[in-house]
Write a protein that binds this ligand. Structure first.
Ligand code: C2O
Ligand code: CU
Length: 476
């Protein structure tokens, strides 16, 4: 009884394979529904103008399923974790009608997007916090292609940890990458105990000093994320780390990653990597083309142990993120594509203003505090810049834990030990500053004056003081 449909299915699959014209574009195609085991909800554009994406977003509590039999009442955008994917093209205008149905204030920050200051979602500085039952319309252009993401900027460690984050994919129809099978992977974690979210303050100051990692690791909101893929066929993954503290050390059982770019879109040229680290807030753009092992077993994307300071490898385990099962289709034989990359100019650093930022830790009166140049929340330490100015920031991590350093509103180039931009050139908005090390970055302030934030994207660290403000002033 059960044999017949299976046989019929296999014969059909076989026929399909035989009939597929060779060297036709469809030959690279992944099987129908290949991403269904880790699907992302997507927002519907309600605006008929092809250059405007207009969507409705709300924040609310909802019960979500994160795995087989694992339901949890989370904080969500539009009822899902992650929130729905927003898809647009570079140059589009994005209009988001946002409503807050949470019992507490919130905002939406558009991580990495070069928005006008008033659209940056930072309460007290760029907009009033959105109270329960109130709304705010975010309306801005998308000047850069790449994967961006959105999350609250009110009590971020708690709100992001509870499930409030989503991806914004800005596509460039002319990017020449030529891999049509694409997936967005939102990596995150959640602290769940018996179907209930753990308190964001569990473990007290000590846990915050390390940065709380969730007990369940999620890919697109699932503990059991699965793709069904064709042996050897290329897939393009856009990956964002939306976890509030966890770094991911990605490994695909030795299958190579072709790294195309990251935070600010494509980098100068692609690079082959055997593993990849993605810190909280960062993005990756990669091509993978895993081969089916001889025994036909799935290939698993794992996160290995990454040392971001004491406690990060000692009490942790390797996590399984995404299972790639192989469809019974013939193997795809072509080599990995080699996309051409993108022209990026190194920033001209002659006459650049030098700025020193020491990331510090203190324990006065038994309170653990992170700070910038010894000052928690960098109060009275406002950085300033002028429109058109280029600055070099020397960020030294004097603490025992690594900090993914994030600047709002502007991309930067990371500099090497000799002070030259690191090759291949790339635009970034978040960079890991490993414990005990120094990272230098160069940033040029384009014409978007206002109050911009910088902070550690381990959100517990930001809450313990690792944040500050930068005033970008108009040219006089
Ligand atoms: Cu994702 Cu203030 O940042
Ligand atoms: Cu930090």
């Amino acid at each position: 009884m059960k044999l017949a449909p299976c046989l019929a299915g296999c014969v059909l699959t076989l026929l399909g394979t035989l009939w597929m014209p060779r060297a036709h574009a469809a030959e690279t195609a992944q099987p129908q529904g290949w991403r269904d085991g880790a699907a992302l909800a997507e927002l519907v554009d309600t605006n008929p103008d092809p250059r405007i994406v207009e969507v409705t977003l709300d924040a609310r509590e909802a019960e979500v399923t994160i795995g087989p039999g694992q339901r949890v009442r989370a904080w969500t955008y539009n009822g899902t974790v992650p929130g729905p994917l927003i898809r647009a093209r570079v140059g589009d205008r994005l209009i988001v009608h946002f409503t807050n149905h949470l019992d507490t204030n919130t905002t939406v920050h558009w991580h990495g997007v070069r928005v006008p200051n008033a659209m940056d979602g930072v309460p007290e500085h760029t907009q009033p916090a959105v109270a329960n039952g109130r709304g705010f319309t975010y309306d801005f252009e998308l000047p850069d292609a790449g994967l961006f993401w959105y999350h609250p900027h009110v009590l971020s460690a708690a709100q992001v940890g509870f499930g409030l984050y989503g991806a914004l994919l800005v596509e460039d129809p002319n990017d020449q990458v030529q891999v049509t099978d694409e997936a967005v992977l939102v990596l995150s974690d959640m602290s769940v105990d018996d179907g209930v979210l753990e308190s964001p303050t569990s473990g007290g100051d000590l846990a915050a000093t390390f940065g709380r990692e969730g007990t369940r690791v999620l890919v697109n909101g699932r503990t059991d994320a699965t793709f069904t893929v064709r042996d050897g066929a290329p897939q393009r993954w856009r990956v964002v780390n939306a976890a509030k503290s966890r770094y991911f050390l990605l490994d695909l059982e030795g299958e190579p990653f072709l790294l195309l770019g990251g935070d600010g879109g494509l980098q100068e040229r692609a690079e082959r990597r055997d593993s990849l680290v993605i810190a909280p807030g960062e993005r990756l753009d990669v091509i993978v083309a895993p081969r089916r092992p001889v025994d036909g077993a799935p290939v698993v994307l794992r996160s290995g142990l990454f040392d971001r300071g004491f406690g990060s490898t000692e009490f942790r385990r390797v996590e399984e993120l995404l299972t790639l099962r192989f469809a019974p289709t013939a193997a795809y034989a072509a080599p990995l594509p080699s996309p051409p990359g993108r022209r990026i100019e190194p920033l001209d650093l002659t006459g650049a203003t030098q700025v020193r930022l020491d990331l510090t830790f203190s324990n006065a009166d038994g309170l653990n505090r992170y700070g910038v140049n010894g000052v928690a929340f960098a109060e009275d330490l406002m950085l300033t810049a002028h429109v058109g100015e280029t600055q070099v920031w020397t960020v030294t991590n004097q603490t025992k834990w690594s900090h993914p350093f994030h600047l709002h509103g502007f991309f930067f180039q990371v500099l090497d030990a000799a002070g030259a931009p690191v090759r291949p050139l790339a635009w970034k908005d978040t960079v890991d500053v490993p414990f005990g090390q120094t990272v230098r970055l160069a940033v040029r302030f384009d014409n978007r004056p206002g109050m911009w934030m910088y902070h550690c994207h381990i959100l517990d660290h930001a809450d313990l003081g690792l944040m500050g403000m930068l005033a970008v002033r108009p040219r006089d």
